[in-house]
Design a protein around this ligand. Structure first.
Ligand SMILES: C[S@@+](CC[C@H](N)C(=O)[O-])C[C@H]1O[C@@H](n2cnc3c(N)ncnc32)[C@H](O)[C@@H]1O
Length: 256
């Protein structure tokens, strides 16, 4: 499936408008491959027809955004960030949670430290949210989790679930999954002590990034932390946070 320049520009600007994801020229092959999957799934043969469909059909638009987003994640990713989690942090938001490894790792870290926060976990992709909610993963993922924590917080599948691991109920119950588009949605009314927004800003351009982090600021309690990915930075964009250390920013106390 080779896209003409015009088709590429139309699709990439639609993706940008809908999700903030910046598909520059270097991502043309990725877009072609992911679009190809949706064309096969819908039985549509022309890009023009598919564009028409996603303009009219919200469900297919969601499937398309699911297909173009990159969901790579793993348990205990950049776990040094968890050092800032403390018992007074009773509400935590993982704002681009992918298939759940991040919020479940946060939940396990807190349980190990002796507290049980409520964790909201959101993503734009309904496909990954479904996987996250199930909390079932291929057994290969067990190597991402320290052995003592694997034994304590996961179950090994048997019978038809041989080859899978499942998060235990006590961890699953701490996390509520919802769809949320960082660029379009109004942040939840609830205010959070900590917001993880890791490894997603990297896909946004400067203006989208600025909008997202300023919106997240509204959802933080004073003294609350915003944690971004290790490869990301807020330098070069306008924002009101206090820099604490690489990847960690704070809403100054007394600010609402
Ligand atoms: C690379 S994963 C990062 C997952 C996890 N935070 C981590 O660090 O491992 C990026 C996630 O951001 C989500 N995403 C992309 N654009 C988004 C948007 N506009 N709103 C919410 N989530 C978005 C993708 O669906 C994907 O699951």
């Amino acid at each position: 499936m080779a896209l003409t320049r015009k088709e590429f520009l139309k699709l990439s600007s639609l993706v940008y408008k809908q999700s903030g994801i910046n598909l520059h020229e270097g991502k043309k092959h990725l877009l072609e491959a992911r679009l190809g999957k949706r064309l096969r799934a819908t039985g549509i043969s022309s890009v023009r027809q598919y564009l028409k469909l996603i303009e009219q059909d919200k469900t297919e638009l969601t499937h398309f955004l699911d297909a173009v987003s990159t969901n790579h994640t793993y348990f205990f990713r950049e776990s040094r960030h968890f050092e800032c989690l403390r018992p007074e942090h009773v509400s935590i938001w993982c704002a681009a949670c992918s298939s759940g490894e991040e919020p479940y790792s946060v939940a396990i870290d807190c349980l190990e430290k002796g507290f049980r926060p409520a964790i909201l976990a959101t993503d734009i992709s309904t496909k990954v949210l479904k996987e996250a909610q199930e909390g079932i993963y291929p057994i290969e993922k067990a190597k991402e989790v320290p052995l003592n924590l694997m034994k304590k917080y996961f179950k090994r599948g048997v019978g038809k679930w041989e080859g899978y691991i499942k998060i235990k109920q006590e961890v699953r119950e701490m996390v509520t999954f919802k769809r949320f588009n960082l660029l379009k949605g109004h942040p939840p009314r609830e205010k959070f002590h900590v917001i993880f927004c890791r490894n997603v800003l990297i896909y946004f351009d400067r203006s989208a990034k600025e909008r997202v982090v300023n919106n997240l600021y509204q959802a933080l309690k004073p003294d609350g932390y915003l944690i971004i990915g290790g490869a990301e930075t807020l330098s070069g964009i306008n924002h009101p946070y206090k820099y604490i250390k690489p990847s960690i920013y704070q809403k100054p106390s007394g600010r609402y």
